[in-house]
Design a protein around this ligand. Structure first.
Ligand code: PRX
Length: 650
């Protein structure tokens, strides 16, 4: 990505609250002293070499890192298998009968798979794939709901060395088709349907549409989940349960080179078609198992719940590979947090005694909007640690999470990372890091993140700029599938040998990092660069506001003007004077320069299916342009409403 704007971001919003872990948490934490930070910064390579001992290797590696910028190889010469590390090795201990997956269906049905159960199903399904001619290196596309078969399919692919490409079940037939064709997948695994708020999403029918005219797919495996009628194409389609009937119970693991591809995961950039981010085996597994252990302070008896979908990187790294490599008990929930009622998440926590909850700021803001009565009606006392990921969390949402979900006793780990980084890169370590609401605190040991100016020079503490990763890290993406040029131009073209994240950030006098949003979302008002996240945070800080999205709109005099789209908390109506009051509030919190020019109220904001606000579309509306690519938009009706409203009020 070329950076054309001037890059020093103004660090305007001040947040002075801070929280220390309790004495009890600190004493029992997996990481108790900050020594790791010093050790890893003195010898980063040695640090990661040591962490590689967490895994079981078929053959040891001979060199930790081979770095020919921007192409890295980690644990060179090592051989291992990700599924073996997630399953087989746990069978040698008491963990064999430990719950690996606690599954809660949308309708309240549940299923428990022990490590032994999961091992057996994965081995059987690996044999099914083999019987379809899938061998090491062949791509398999997975388009499933949040059901155990999603993890089973991923691990079965890993077992035989077939890179998987998981497509989020909310994606359309067209998105599915593009991704299948890009990967040239041979097998597609889907289900008859997926439950969503009491309705059925017809995944198999979508898949049938997606496959029209596609030549690469030879077989489709269909998991029966919803029991709705689907068409089965003779010779191509087979039911999962039929295929499993005759499958052998054991299947040898494929020895994978540390640099063999484990999976491809498509992610959309701001422009262009989705990129197939490629992750390999050794470094990725070391990265996700280390971070999962330390960031979530994992204990044998924990019940760990990450609410992401397996279709996103968070699901790959922190539902499947990290937790299972660590022998954790993982809760998997099929449905949405408001079905059948708005306390569903809290009901699940009560039912299973969840101890660790990892969710997204967008969800937390939704819970805030619904109000505290829902969590207050359930027993959440089993929780001991909370996490967030995906966006900057507004301090007010952080405080709400801390108070109403964490009962003011649970540390919060705000984890910054990306599909491309594979693993958490910045985060508190919950037993040692003092947290500040809204800051993802500091880089993980062994990770060298910096904020630089346009020339690539680090900016001093107290200032802002571009967030980069200065040194290669084990779980980094290796390339863009079939497009190494795009890999180089997207991430490595601004400065030689420095990975550009696309995010703007600042660090404060104590070296804490504060994310300011994507650089392309940065607003430039009269030569002052203002991060959208800061304006949004200050709006959400106003008691009536649930959520806000801010964009820059071309302005004759100022260069750009700030336009905000705001949703109010449930039960509040727009009253006279509110617009002015909000403008003043932002002006007060950040400074007159950040005072919004226009504020629009809306019931919903346009979001991707993973919950990210699509500011690009809001910019199109505000500037009266034709809308750009809307294929990742979750709810198209929101846009029509906004367009109409915007034009009426302009
Ligand atoms: O802008 C950052 C934001 O999400 C981007 C990565 O998105 P994706 O690849 O979809 O992965 C999301 C899950 C890892 C980042 O470039 N982001 C992610 N986590 C945070 C965040 N922004 C602020 N704080 C975070 N904790």
């Amino acid at each position: 990505m070329m950076v054309t704007k001037e890059l020093e971001l103004e660090a305007l919003l001040q947040e002075n609250r801070h929280f220390e872990p309790s004495e009890e948490f600190r004493n029992n934490a997996n990481v108790k002293t900050p020594d790791l930070y010093n050790e890893s910064s003195e010898d980063r390579i040695g640090f990661w070499a040591k962490q590689s001992e967490r895994l079981t290797w078929i053959e040891p590696w001979t060199k930790v890192l081979d770095w020919e910028p921007p192409f890295a190889q980690w644990f060179v010469g090592g051989k291992l298998n990700a599924a073996y590390n997630c399953l087989d090795r746990h069978l040698k201990s008491w963990r064999r009968n430990k719950a690996a997956i606690l599954f809660e269906g949308e309708n309240g049905d549940s299923r428990v798979l022990t490590y032994q159960d999961l091992y057996r199903e994965v081995s059987q399904f690996a044999n099914v794939l083999k019987s379809m001619g899938i061998k090491k290196g062949d791509r398999v596309t997975i388009y499933l709901p949040m059901i155990p078969e999603a993890a089973i399919a991923m691990l079965a692919c890993a077992r035989i060395g077939a890179p998987h490409s998981v497509i989020f079940g909310g994606f359309s037939a067209e998105s599915l088709r593009n991704r299948i064709e890009d990967a040239q997948a041979k097998v597609l695994i889907t289900s008859d349907g997926s439950f969503r708020k009491g309705n059925i999403v017809p995944l198999k029918s979508n898949a049938d549409i997606a496959l029209e005219g596609v030549n690469c797919i030879e077989h489709v495996v269909v998991v029966k989940r919803t029991d709705n009628k689907v068409a089965m194409q003779e010779g191509r389609d087979i039911w999962y349960h039929d295929a499993m009937k005759n499958a052998q119970l054991t299947c040898p693991v494929e020895p994978m080179d540390a640099e063999d591809v484990l999976f491809i995961l498509y992610t959309s950039g701001t422009t262009g078609k989705p990129k197939g981010v490629v992750h390999t085996t050794g470094g990725y597994m070391v990265g996700v198992s280390t971070t999962h252990d330390w960031v979530f302070d994992l204990k044998e008896e924990d019940v760990y719940w990450c609410t992401a979908d397996v279709g996103w990187i968070t699901g790959h790294s922190y539902i499947v590979y990290g937790p299972l490599a660590n022998g954790a008990t993982v809760l998997m929930y099929e449905g949405t947090p408001d079905y059948p009622a708005k306390d569903r998440n809290w009901e699940i926590i009560e039912k299973y005694g969840v101890t660790i909850l990892y969710t997204a700021p967008t969800a937390i803001r939704t819970f805030m909007k619904w109000g505290p009565s829902y969590p207050q009606g359930r027993d959440l006392s089993s929780l001991r640690l909370l996490g967030t990921v995906g966006e900057p969390i507004n301090p007010e949402a952080w405080i709400w999470y801390h108070k109403y979900i964490g009962g003011e006793r649970c540390p919060i780990v705000d984890t910054w990372w990306q599909t491309e980084t594979g693993m958490i890169m910045m985060t508190p370590l919950p037993g040692i890091t003092e947290t500040k609401p809204g800051s993802c605190t500091v880089p993980f040991p062994g990770v060298k993140v910096e904020i630089v100016d346009q020339a690539g020079n680090p900016v001093p503490k107290g200032s802002g700029g571009l967030l980069v990763v200065r040194e290669p890290w084990p779980a980094m993406l290796r390339t863009v599938y079939n497009d190494p040029d795009r890999y180089v131009s997207t991430y490595w073209s601004n400065w030689k040998e420095i990975y550009f994240t696309g995010d703007g950030a600042k660090w404060d006098e104590e070296g804490y990092f504060w994310l300011l949003g994507r650089v392309d979302d940065v607003i430039n008002v009269s030569g002052h660069r203002i991060g959208t996240a800061e304006v949004e945070s200050s709006l959400v800080d106003y008691p009536l506001v649930a959520e806000a999205a801010c964009i820059g709109k071309d302005h004759e005099v100022k260069g750009q003007a700030i336009v905000c789209f705001v949703t109010l908390k449930e039960g509040f109506k727009v009253m006279d004077g509110l617009v002015d009051e909000l403008k003043q509030h932002v002006g007060k919190k950040i400074g007159a320069i950040a005072r919004p020019d226009d504020i629009f109220f809306t019931a919903e904001l346009p979001k991707t299916r993973s919950g990210k606000i699509m500011r690009r579309l809001l910019r199109d509306i505000a500037e009266g342009r034709a809308l750009g690519d809307v294929s990742t938009l979750a709810d198209a009706a929101v846009l029509d409403f906004l367009k109409r409203k915007y034009n009426e009020e302009e």
